[in-house]
Ligand binder design. Structure first.
Ligand code: ASP
Length: 308
C-alpha cells in the first residue's frame, strides 16, 4: 500500500533573517498539523480527495496562512477567497472564487464538483450555493487579521509611490495553501485555497480556481501551486506538468523542475508547486526565497521546511 501527501502554505515567505524563532515555530506547527490531518485520512485507507481537503481545511482555519481565516485584502479592502479541488481518478474538478463568508472555501469547491452541474462558481452565486447546502459561514471579522490589513496599507503606499512588481517584498507578494495526495487505491487528488494577492483588483481571479493552472490532478500526478498567479495561468502550470510526464516521458521531478525553473521564470513568475505521482514520489520545487512545505512520500520519508 503506497500513500503519499505533499502540502504547501505558500511560497511567500519572510526573508530568513526576518522570521523570528517564535514565528518559525508557529509556521512549522501549522504545517505539521495540516500534514497529520491529511495523512491520518490516507493511513486509515481514506480517499486522496478527503485527505487533501482535510489538510487544506486545517490551513484555512489557521490565521497564519493566506487562505480562509487570514486571507489577504483586495485594493478595496475586502477579502475575495478562492479554492479548487480536483479528483484525478475521475478527472473531475470544482472551484470557487470571490468568497467573503464561507468558512472553508475548499469545501465549497468540492461541493461544486460533487453537487452542481458546473466546474466553477463565483461571487454572490457561489455564496448562495454555500448557504443552500448549509456550509458554515462566518461574519467578515472572522477572516480579518491585522497582519494582512497592515500589508494592504503598506502595499497601497508602495503603489502610490510608483513601485512596481519587482520591489514587492516576498511575504507580501504571495501566499496560498494546497495539498496533493495519493491514496492506497492509487487515486490522486489536489486541492488549493487562497486569498489571492494583496491589493489585487476587486474581481481579479488568480490561478488557484483555474483548473489546470494552480490546481490539477489526473491519473499521472496531482499538483497544487503557489506564486504569481497570472504566470501560472499563462503556462497552464499544473496541466503542463502532467503533459510533460505523459507526452515527453519526464519524471515527476523533471516535469515540476522544468515548469517551475524554466517556464515560469521565462514569464517572470515566482513561486512553486507541490506534486505527487502515482508511484508516491513527491516533488516540491520553488524558484524564490522559500516555500512553507511538508510531505510524506510513498516510502514514508518526511519533509517539513521553509527555506532551501
Ligand atoms: N497564486 C496565488 C494567486 O495568484 C497567490 C500565491 O500563491 O501567492 O492568487
Amino acid at each position: 500500500m503506497t500513500i503519499a501527501l505533499a502540502l504547501h502554505g505558500g511560497a511567500g515567505t519572510l526573508r530568513r533573517s526576518e522570521l523570528s524563532p517564535a514565528d518559525e515555530q508557529r509556521y512549522r506547527a501549522g504545517l505539521e498539523a495540516a500534514l497529520q490531518a491529511g495523512y491520518r485520512v490516507l493511513r486509515q485507507g481514506g480517499a486522496a480527495l478527503d485527505a487533501v481537503c482535510a489538510s487544506v481545511c486545517a490551513l484555512e482555519d489557521d490565521p497564519l496562512f493566506n487562505a480562509g481565516r487570514g486571507s489577504v485584502f483586495t485594493l478595496a479592502g475586502a477579502q475575495e477567497m478562492e479554492a479548487a479541488v480536483m479528483d484525478g481518478s475521475r478527472q473531475d474538478a470544482g472551484s470557487v472564487t470571490g468568497l467573503s463568508t464561507v468558512r472553508n472555501p475548499v469545501l465549497l469547491a468540492r461541493a461544486v464538483m460533487e453537487r452542481s452541474p458546473h466546474v466553477t462558481l463565483g461571487f454572490a452565486a457561489a455564496e448562495d450555493f454555500a448557504r443552500r447546502i448549509g456550509l458554515p459561514t462566518q461574519a467578515p471579522g472572522y477572516f480579518h487579521t491585522d497582519k494582512r490589513w497592515q500589508a494592504l496599507l503598506l502595499e497601497k503606499e508602495r503603489l502610490a509611490a510608483g513601485g512596481d512588481d519587482a520591489d514587492i517584498p516576498e511575504d507580501r507578494k504571495h501566499g496560498t495553501v494546497g495539498a496533493a495526495a495519493l491514496d492506497a487505491q492509487g487515486r490522486l487528488a489536489a486541492a488549493t485555497s487562497t486569498g489571492g494577492r494583496t491589493a489585487k483588483w476587486p474581481g481579479r481571479i488568480g490561478d488557484t480556481p483555474v483548473i489546470g493552472a494552480g490546481t490539477w490532478a489526473d491519473a499521472h500526478c496531482a499538483v497544487s501551486a503557489t506564486g504569481h498567479g497570472e504566470s501560472f495561468i499563462r503556462c497552464a502550470a499544473g496541466h503542463e506538468i502532467s503533459a510533460r510526464m505523459r507526452l515527453a516521458g519526464m519524471s515527476l521531478e523533471q516535469a515540476c523542475d522544468s515548469v517551475v525553473h524554466d517556464e515560469l521564470l521565462r514569464l517572470g513568475g515566482s513561486g512553486g508547486v507541490v506534486a505527487v505521482d502515482r508511484a508516491g514520489r513527491v516533488s516540491l520545487p520553488f524558484n524564490c526565497e522559500g516555500m512553507y512545505r511538508a510531505a510524506i512520500d510513498g516510502e514514508g520519508r518526511r519533509t517539513l521546511a521553509i527555506y532551501r
